[in-house]
Design a protein around this ligand. Structure first.
Ligand code: 2U9
Length: 345
């Protein structure tokens, strides 16, 4: 039996050395200690043929050899697993010093960034932010704003008219003041309403004009509101938007929906008034228009101009955005060119 054992041990050791792949370990195990056809299993079965006095030791020796073979196979399995994991680690090794993949994160559009900043200023000055329809009847778009029937703004050259129903002429709104008319119909003074949003004017697109652009208007109606309140409010608005030392200038102007009316200029944020390319050497940049709400507009929403008065001011966001970001063409804001947009992260 000892020779037989020695032979088996030597055969197993030789075969063990020939194993090159992890998958062969299972084959070797089945071949040697497999329950059905294992060599050792067969030896065990042959024990019966041995003389009884030899069976016990032979059985013990066979079991010992079986344990050694299984131990050798497990070690081989572990060795293969260790090699595989080491290769895995090398393959999966992450060089943490390598720069990460640039995950292009989206961000707010420059126009949205500016609109939100202006909305925050209005809210900080006690104004409500109004929203409303972009399609309006001629009442809201023109009549309610004291824009007479023959005013050029009403011409199809300037306004996008839509097929109206029930004889109502519909158009895309050409200023956000329409939302403030709705607000004055829904709520009684005192009122502080800011109206940001898209407006539409039939314009040939060029570096400073676009048929659709963003505007924000502020309106305040209460008892005893004066031009001084308008100036004070606009001056504070400008300081909060452009910086505490920004000055404001009012130039008399005419708008059907205010009386008196005035254009608003602020000191150029590039040259702080000394004159440069941005402000065309004037030191001033036009922000928009303003004025005391026309009594006809108040009457049109059943607010008695003898009791209440109000002021309003409006500015275009696209031009302002272009100036602030040094763009020489506002169409860049709508062309969704990622090379342009990604600079605003
Ligand atoms: C109501 C009554 C009056 C708001 C005003 C302007 C003057 C003005 C322009 C600025 C640049 C439009 O985007 S722009 O082209 N706006 O000049 N806006 S007074 O007057 C109002 C608003 C609401 C009820």
């Amino acid at each position: 039996m000892n020779d037989r054992l020695a032979q088996l041990r030597a055969d197993f050791a030789r075969e063990l050395d020939t194993v090159r792949a992890e998958a062969d370990v299972t084959g070797l195990r089945d071949r040697w200690v497999g329950r059905k056809s294992g060599l050792l299993t067969a030896e065990m079965k042959n024990l019966g043929k041995l003389p009884p006095e030899e069976r016990k030791t032979a059985g013990a020796q066979l079991n010992e050899l079986k344990d050694q073979i299984e131990a050798a196979l497990e070690k081989l399995q572990r060795d293969f697993a260790a090699v595989r994991e080491a290769e895995q680690l090398v393959k999966e090794r992450i060089d943490v010093t390598l720069p990460g993949r640039h995950i292009a994160a989206g961000h707010l559009h420059p126009l949205t960034l500016l609109r939100e900043r202006i909305e925050d200023i209005f809210v900080s000055m006690g104004y409500e932010i109004e929203d409303g329809p972009e399609i309006e009847t001629s009442f809201y778009n023109f009549a309610a704003l004291n824009i007479p029937a023959n005013h050029p703004a009403r011409s199809p050259q300037d306004t996008f008219y839509l097929a109206g129903e029930h004889g109502k002429t519909l158009s895309l709104r050409s200023q956000t003041s329409t939302m403030q008319i709705h607000a004055m119909q829904k709520r009684r003074p005192p009122l502080r309403v800011a109206a940001p949003g898209r407006v539409f004017r039939r314009d040939t697109p060029d570096a400073t004009h676009n048929p659709m652009f963003y505007q924000v208007e502020g309106l305040l109606v209460d008892r005893g509101i004066t031009l001084g309140d308008l100036k004070g409010t606009v001056e504070e608005f400008v300081r909060r938007l452009f910086g505490p030392d920004t000055k404001t200038r009012f130039r008399p102007s005419y708008f059907p929906f205010v009386e008196p009316g005035a254009e608003i200029d602020y000191t150029c944020f590039k040259c702080h008034g000394s004159g440069c390319r941005v402000c065309k050497q004037s030191g001033w940049i036009e922000m928009g228009g303003s004025g005391m709400v026309h009594p006809n507009v108040l009457r049109g929403v059943d607010i008695d101009p003898e009791v209440y008065s109000g002021f309003a001011f409006g500015l275009g966001l696209d031009r302002l955005c272009a100036l602030m970001y040094g763009l020489d063409d506002i169409r860049l804001l709508y062309e969704n060119d990622v090379r342009f947009l990604e600079q605003f992260t």
